[in-house]
Design a protein around this ligand. Structure first.
Ligand code: EPU
Length: 401
């Protein structure tokens, strides 16, 4: 199967197109709900958005004029908070309602606001609306108290058009931060250090539109790799950057699967019952929280006891109760799931709790004996393209009601 473009890069790059003074063409966008929703949000805000065919989107920001994004628009996805940095940079002000998104724990934006304030903006939240205002953004040093992908991206976007140099310390190092920095650089931004924990942005007075292809989605790839390991399958995932999958590869090998890297492909072969492994989620290059839930499905059938510690989101074990309905033996204590592997799972009706939790239930359903009915699959559609088609092409028996 072929991995699509990375969701969490796409939802940053799409709003970033509004920073330019001319049209951009984005390529390799995944065909997922969150991407279409973001396109619709930009349209509603007055930007001209045109799909050019498979995964290609033209965004012309010239007709774009409002600095307000109301709740009806932003409630549909978390990443609408990127409008804060973009609108602030473009118009010197932004009014964006606090966004929706998956319920996986508290999702504060204090570090985003800390950054905007350091750049000279006034920031307040009242009645569920974030209001930012600055006569002129000025470069500044910002130390992030927690490693935050969203805050790093938002501050980086706002800083591109500020006067002077901004330094973000303790920045997130995720490859999608680098992907966005590459796009902004193609637009004329001056950015150094993306991919390390110190990013320097020298403000410029304007940005131009640019063409950019989104990097592959490592979490989609990881989900299929985990499914292959759990079903005794043999799956080659094409269009990946194997380096980005290092933490997944390492853990799957430890669990006994065979993983082979070959250029931009990665092949995973399941070799019987997986072995128990311990996992702790961490910012990149640690084990990604977004792959934690599918991994717990795999470890449900491992021989031995696995400890999975979630250090990013405190409510990211809500899928566990659903896995239990399928016969798994998991106990959650605080931020750790203690998984006593069982011989096999049994198919059952289960309900999707959140995007990656839903992916975990699909993986569990593929491994289980009998039929699994996954209710609420539209939550999974937010982040996985052509799920049942891709699975069916690999030999899975899946259908959508
Ligand atoms: N945090 C703060 N203050 C802030 C921002 C974050 O305390 O101002 C904390 C969070 O509570 C969390 C940690 O910092 O404990 C990391 O949060 P981060 O800001 O990195 O998360 P995010 O940017 O809101 C993105 C992805 C998530 C992914 C995380 C971590 C998008 C749209 N979302 O969220 O993806 O889990 O980074 O890698 O890029 C998903 O795709 O399923 C998903 C939830």
């Amino acid at each position: 199967m072929r991995a699509g473009g990375r969701k969490n890069a796409a939802v940053a790059v799409i709003p970033a197109a509004l920073l330019a003074e001319g049209p951009s063409v984005l390529e390799n966008l995944p065909d997922i709900l969150d991407v279409h929703t973001y396109g619709e949000i930009l349209e509603e805000l007055g930007g001209a958005v045109r799909w050019l065919g498979k995964g290609r989107l033209e965004i012309n920001p010239n007709s774009f004029s409002t600095y307000q994004a109301p709740y009806e628009l932003v409630k549909r996805l978390r990443a609408s908070y990127y409008l804060l940095g973009v609108l602030l940079a473009r118009f010197g002000r932004a009014e964006v309602s606090l966004p929706g998104g998956c319920d996986i724990g508290l999702r504060p934006i204090d570090q985003h606001l800390k950054g905007f304030r350091a750049l000279g903006a006034e920031a307040e939240i009242s009645h569920g609306v974030v209001r930012l205002e600055a006569r002129q953004l000025r470069g500044a040093s910002v130390y992030l108290d927690v490693v935050s992908v969203g805050a790093t991206i938002n501050i980086m976007m706002a800083a591109t058009l500020a006067r002077g140099t901004t330094v973000i310390e303790n920045a997130a190092r995720e490859p999608h931060v680098v992907d966005l920095a590459n796009y902004l650089s193609a637009m004329g931004a001056q950015i150094r250090g993306a991919g390390t924990d110190v990013i320097k942005i020298r403000g410029v007075s304007r940005l131009k539109g640019a063409a950019h292809a989104i990097i592959p989605d490592e979490i989609e790839a990881a989900t299929y790799m985990i499914a292959a390991a759990g079903t005794g399958g043999d799956v080659t995932v094409e269009n990946v950057i194997p380096k980005h999958l290092d933490p997944i590869t390492a853990k799957l090998r430890e669990a006994g699967a065979e993983v082979e890297e070959n250029g931009d492909c990665i092949r995973v072969r399941g070799t019987g019952r997986p072995k128990a492994v311990n996992i702790k989620t961490l910012p990149y290059p640690g084990f990604p929280t977004d792959a934690q839930q599918p991994m717990t499905a795999l470890l449900s059938v491992a021989s031995g006891t696995s400890l999975v510690t979630e250090s990013i989101w405190e409510r990211r074990f809500r899928h566990v109760d659903e896995l239990k309905k399928m016969g798994s033996n998991i106990r959650v204590e605080g931020r750790t799931a203690i998984i006593e592997g069982v011989e096999r799972l049994s198919g059952a009706p289960v309900t999707v709790t959140d995007l990656r939790g839903g992916a975990a239930l699909v993986v569990a359903g593929l491994m289980a004996e009998g039929t699994t009915l996954v209710v609420g699959i539209e939550r999974v559609d937010r982040g996985y393209e052509s799920l049942e088609k891709k699975l069916a092409a690999l030999g899975a028996r899946v259908e959508r009601d």
